[in-house]
Design a protein around this ligand. Structure first.
Ligand code: ATR
Length: 281
């Protein structure tokens, strides 16, 4: 009998992950026997966890916060897209070697195209954040031909580094950094086609908000990478202003779809997966 496909996710903390549900639904859809486990790995144990994946012949692993960047040094190879993004969220086993990939950029761009009906090619965009998720989104937008990307981040040096990296990937894309409460920020938000929150602001009831979002209007598509059972504050505000909105659940599903394709070569039943996730909220 063929051994079931052994997959999983490492992160810390890991309690809230929706990945086991997604991959179990997709495997059942194709009649694939699968075990998908969530492993809580403390940062100091990351190297040993990767050794374990290697020696226990686990077929594939998702990587989440806080390991996406740190894991890269323990892998045999990291593909070019993950290298430029600077983060790995999916590990495959190829001829015994562990290879790192990043499917977050694909996940976001696919959600934009398929679920919001917006092609970022030629568009003006504002991205809040410069962490792992924002890096994937900005590099994804640049590779997809966005004309202008304005990056806004609390720590400006990270925004500057990301702006430089994005132009390396796509020299035709104009990138700029705007600080909070500056005319450049207000002008960028007012004239943008797409506004994206890729920070963790708005996840909780912290009362924090993003600078410049009061300029959102009915011409905007507003996307939030955060997903929850109810709309985030940003998306509620955007809706009130007449903007179209896109929640982070579709990005999560499409990044999972790309990981599943890398592991199995098969498609993801995205609507069934979304239905299963929504019923768990
Ligand atoms: P992820 O991998 O989910 O992107 P991350 O790399 O820790 O996580 O990045 C979190 C992002 O949210 C960063 O852009 C961070 O800003 P800094 O680079 O200045 O840390 C942003 N962020 C988190 N908390 C924030 C807050 N209270 N106000 C503004 N930005 C915040």
């Amino acid at each position: 009998m063929e051994k079931p496909l052994a997959l999983g996710i490492i992160g810390h903390p890991i309690g809230h992950t929706l990945s086991p549900i997604m991959h179990t639904v997709a495997a059942a859809y194709h009649g694939i026997e699968l075990s998908y486990s969530a492993y809580d790995v403390k940062p100091e144990n990351l190297s040993r966890a990767i050794d374990g994946i290697y020696t226990l012949s686990i077929d594939g692993i998702n990587v989440t916060v806080p390991h996406k960047m740190a894991v890269m040094e323990f892998l045999d190879h990291v593909d070019d897209e993950a290298k430029i993004i600077g983060a790995v969220n999916t590990i495959t086993r190829e001829k015994g070697k562990l290879v790192g990939h990043n499917t977050d950029a694909y996940g976001f761009i696919t959600s934009l195209k398929e679920n919001a009906g917006v092609d970022p090619k030629g568009k003006w965009t504002v991205v809040y954040g410069a962490g792992g998720a924002a890096r994937a989104i900005v590099i994804g937008l640049a590779m997809a031909g966005a004309e202008r990307i304005t990056i806004v981040n609390r720590t400006e040096s990270k925004a500057v580094r990301l702006a430089v990296d994005a132009v390396q990937v796509a020299p035709d894309t104009t990138t700029q950094v705007a600080g909070a409460d500056t005319n450049k920020l207000f002008e960028s938000v007012s004239t943008a086609d797409i506004i994206i929150n890729a920070t963790s602001v708005g996840m909780g009831a912290g009362g924090e908000s993003l600078p410049g979002v009061e300029r959102i209007n009915e011409n905007h598509l507003v996307a939030d990478i955060v997903y929850s059972s109810s709309k985030t504050e940003l998306l509620k505000q955007a809706e009130k202003a007449g903007a179209r909105t896109l929640d982070g659940l579709w990005m999560l599903i499409h990044q999972g779809a790309a990981a599943f394709r890398l592991w199995t070569g098969k498609s993801f039943p995205v609507d069934q997966v979304r239905e299963a996730l929504v019923s768990k909220f």
